[in-house]
Design a binder for this molecule. Structure first.
Ligand code: F6R
Length: 369
């Protein structure tokens, strides 16, 4: 049932805080150890894993790409991510110590199913990250982590994607625990960060009227770009996919570092570009994103920046008025061409952080050394 929402997808977007809470439920014991009861692989088997290959299609593939950064960082196990429909038709090098992680919301995607059969035929172990209890992919896998997002009926994956990223992070932390590459308190700190995501997401959902206004401004645009770095890069790809499949707008995601290697040619006056900016400090990623933003602005792009609250470095240099928004994002006035002429005259609006994905990026980046 739609519970009073007009579409299942809107309902599912609003269910994200609850879905993430459920995905995390019961994973961390009072003794501070992470437990993944459904992972029916022994600690010894997990210690022997020397390579991880994450497979999935569409959004599931992007969840894997986001996770790769954290999983490699935490476990020190080489991790690659591949589209299931590419993987299944190649001759991959797999051994019994390869852990193939198959991500699928439905658990029934034919290419992902064929890919796990392909992997198991070569003795690799397969762990499914899945939302649908008893579906074919987890049934044919050696182990499973259920995402517990609840049924996803809307055509585009929303809460499914969020919980897939959370499940991948839990797997990465669990492997780190088993292999001793992280201390218990470090793991606890990341789990606590993950536990704060529902609150952040709720904060973003409470800003939906502003997001709708942004959507109205975008509706007539022929094309939109998304730029990110590090975990923000697959988030950019996911953002572009959502815009394509739901708004039928031509959208592309790029790694910001690629701009100067070709895509900058697409940037022209008025082109909307979503820019995903990690938190300040700790590494150069933030500053690199800021210079990419300056570069596209100099060519007339309209930037919609998703950044940490209070990050003034992402603001345009001119004297625009800025308004603080919420825990993770902020809103600006003046640089967005408004849909209505009268508001245009008043110099409104709108740059809004659509923070759901930002939370994932921010939270992860904060865990980096
Ligand atoms: C995009 C979307 C699709 C699915 C893909 C895989 O919004 O929903 O890209 O992510 O078809 O589906 P599952 O996860 O069911 O294997």
């Amino acid at each position: 049932e739609k519970d009073g929402y007009d579409w299942f997808m809107r309902k599912e977007i609003f269910e994200q805080p609850r879905a993430v809470t459920d995905a995390l439920l019961g994973r961390h014991t009072e003794s501070g150890r992470l437990q993944l009861d459904e992972v029916r692989m022994s600690e010894e088997e997990l210690r022997d894993v020397d390579r991880i290959v994450i497979i999935g299609c569409g959004t599931a593939n992007y969840a894997g790409l986001v996770a790769k950064y954290a999983v490699e960082h935490w476990t020190r196990i080489p991790c690659e991510v591949e589209l299931a429909h590419e993987f299944r038709y190649r001759d991959p090098i797999l051994t019994r110590n390869t852990l193939v992680v198959a991500i699928s919301q439905s658990g029934e995607t034919a290419d992902t199913l064929m890919a796990i059969r392909h992997a198991r035929a070569q003795n690799a172990k397969v762990l499914a990250i899945c939302n649908t209890n008893g579906s074919t992919i987890p049934r044919e896998s050696d182990a499973v982590i259920y995402t517990h997002a609840g049924p996803e009926i809307g055509v585009a994956s929303t809460k499914g994607f969020m919980t897939q990223m959370v499940a991948c992070y839990l797997l990465g932390l669990y492997l780190a625990q088993v292999r001793g590459t992280m201390y218990g308190d470090e793991i606890g700190a990341v789990v606590a960060e993950l536990g704060r995501i529902p609150g952040h997401v709720q904060g973003e959902l409470d800003k939906s009227p502003e997001v709708y206004e942004l959507a109205a401004a975008l509706a007539e645009r022929p094309a939109v770009l998304f730029l990110g770095r590090h975990a923000g890069f697959p988030i950019a790809l996911e953002g572009a996919l959502k815009l394509k499949e739901l708004a039928y707008i031509h959208a592309e995601g790029f790694a910001a570092g690629e701009l100067k290697h070709g895509p900058i040619a697409l940037v022209e006056q008025g082109l909307p570009i979503f820019c995903i900016v990690p938190p300040r400090g700790r590494d150069q990623l933030h500053d690199k994103m800021v210079s990419a933003i300056q570069e596209v602005r100099a060519r007339g792009a309209r930037t919609i920046v998703l950044a940490e609250e209070g990050d003034t470095e992402v603001l345009p240099s001119s004297a625009v008025r800025w308004r603080r928004c919420s825990a993770t994002t902020w809103t600006s006035r003046a640089t967005w061409p408004s849909p209505s002429r009268s508001s245009e005259r008043r110099g409104r609006r709108v740059i809004v952080g659509v923070g759901i994905d930002v939370v994932g990026v921010d939270r992860f980046a904060e865990t980096l050394e």
